[in-house]
Design a protein around this ligand. Structure first.
Ligand SMILES: Cc1ncc(COP(=O)(O)O)c(C=O)c1O
Length: 398
């Protein structure tokens, strides 16, 4: 018996392999400092947990509408619209089991074989996987490191557009670089999309993981963009709900109808009692969510203090996400490594500090950013950050 030939086009998230390796090393009795996965070791707000138990006990355990509960869709339309200063109604919202499903459903709704889709590289690996698997042509665009962090290589992005380009994936507040677009960058990208009549997938997974009081920038707020953009929304990061699996696709009604049809074909509906709980809680969990944010912020600052005290390391302070993307060129040179993968494994063995590298975020044909590691501080306590990064520093310096 044979499997589908098309499976060769399906990619994966190799960060999970790093996780498995770290777990195997830990099973042998070694101490691990987990900086590899963007998972969280913080509790979901109590308000959500209590409401969920209540609705589970009230019998909200059957199927519900495949588009999601109208109450939750209304709450989310208000919340997401207010935070982006645009108007959405419940028909613009289709509830999903997480943020990830929006990626394949968006691509399946818009592309035909051979259509090109621009996507960030380094970036979340599922974009490339889904574009290729569904018969599209993934076309990467990169980032440039500046003294303030990372910026999209807009010259490269511009030159990557062809008559076959159908869509652009845009992940402002970006994984893995922590990049935030300036207003100019966002306007430039918007104009490019309007001039070339492109669809846009705006991956907003980290839209609310921001550590400044500045108003967030959203591409749907730029005139002409809301009608061509689908937002990937997720509860996973803002409310420490990665394992609950709930999010939404948000966009123009015409494409939401297509996405809703995929829901019927795929999962029928998203968890009923969790939707009831979120519809009830969404308006009053701001404080608990801010508490999560302030814990993440103090972890970020601690990581930066220790990392920037290592000779040869200089990391700018990202104002969003819970990732640090660190150039380790000088560290590799000091320790005589010419291969980032070997450097990663040796760090795990010598210090227990486990992280992903640039190679886990798309193929690194663009050598500018090849020797980078990504440290996620969402799943590790401050004590462990202090201990782990101090061991890492000692290993590098001695
Ligand atoms: C950029 C980005 N988009 C989407 C997702 C998927 O989110 P979810 O776990 O809610 O499916 C992640 C998860 O890490 C992510 O980093």
């Amino acid at each position: 018996m044979n499997f589908s030939k098309n499976l060769k086009n399906l990619g994966t998230e190799t960060a999970f392999t790093v996780s498995a390796e770290a777990a195997a090393w830990s099973d042998l009795g070694n101490k691990i400092y987990p900086f590899h996965l963007g998972d969280m070791n913080l509790q979901t707000p109590k308000t959500i947990r209590q409401a969920t138990t209540k609705y589970m006990n009230q019998g909200k355990n059957g199927y519900c509408a495949s588009e999601g509960l109208i109450n939750l869709r209304k709450e989310l339309a208000f919340d997401v619209g207010t935070k982006r200063n645009v108007k959405y109604n419940y028909k613009n919202i289709i509830i999903q089991p997480g943020g990830k499903p929006t990626i394949w459903k968006f691509i399946a709704s818009i592309i035909n074989k051979g259509d090109e889709v621009l996507y960030p590289n380094p970036g979340y690996p599922i974009y490339e996987s889904q574009i290729r698997y569904q018969g599209g042509v993934p076309v990467p665009y990169g980032y440039i490191e500046t003294k303030d962090g990372f910026a999209i290589d807009i010259e490269q992005l511009k030159s990557a557009i062809t008559p076959k380009t159908k869509a652009l994936v845009y992940n402002n507040y970006q994984n893995p670089t922590g990049a935030s677009s300036s207003k100019e960058e966002m306007l430039f990208i918007s104009n490019l999309c309007i001039e070339n009549n492109l669809w846009v997938l705006s991956d907003d997974a980290y839209f609310e993981i921001r550590y400044t009081n500045d108003l967030p920038l959203s591409i749907v707020n730029v005139p002409g963009m809301k009608e061509r953009t689908v937002i990937l929304y997720t509860f996973s990061k803002r409310f420490a709900m990665t394992g609950w699996r709930i999010g939404a696709s948000i966009g123009p009604e015409n494409i939401m109808e297509k996405i809703a049809k995929f829901n019927i074909n795929d999962e029928s509906c998203t968890n009923h009692f969790i939707q009831c709980a979120l519809a009830e809680s969404l308006g009053n969990i701001g404080e608990e969510a801010d508490d999560i944010l302030s814990k993440l912020k103090s972890r970020r600052d601690l990581c930066l203090d220790i990392l920037n005290s290592i000779g040869g390391v200089s990391v700018a302070k990202p104002e969003s996400t819970f990732y640090l993307f660190v150039n380790v060129d000088k560290l590799m040179m000091k320790k005589n490594f010419d291969d980032i993968e070997k450097f990663r494994i040796e760090s795990l063995r010598r210090t227990g500090v486990s992280f992903c590298t640039r190679n886990h975020f798309g193929s690194s044909e663009d050598e500018k950013l090849s020797n980078y590691i990504r440290l996620a501080y969402s799943g590790i306590s401050k004590n462990e950050i202090r201990e782990g990064l101090s061991l890492f520093k000692d290993w590098i310096e001695n």
